[in-house]
Ligand binder design. Structure first.
Ligand SMILES: [Zn+2]
Length: 83
């Protein structure tokens, strides 16, 4: 899987998660607190956030690639190819 595709999937998860949170809030969770939609949305956002931090590391030297991952095919630190 390309880094661009991973990036897209993660952003989709975060955006959809946020939408679910907002939608769940509008529908109202009643007296029971947070609705199922909000919980599901929050989980999606959390998973997306965790993936954002864990997935985009160089598999060779382990350094975080940050935003550089989008435009590069090789690690800017060790020069190895990213996949
Ligand atoms: Zn590296």
């Amino acid at each position: 899987m390309s880094n661009e595709r991973k990036n897209t999937i993660i952003w989709f998860m975060i955006v959809i998660g946020l939408l679910l949170c907002v939608l769940g809030g509008r529908l109202g969770g009643g007296a029971s607190g947070y609705s199922l939609l909000q919980k599901g949305g929050a989980i999606l956002v959390i998973i997306g956030g965790v993936l954002e931090f864990t997935l985009f590391r160089c598999p060779h030297c382990g350094r975080s690639l940050g935003r550089k991952r989008i435009t590069r095919d090789t690690c800017p630190y060790c020069g190895e190819k990213l996949d």
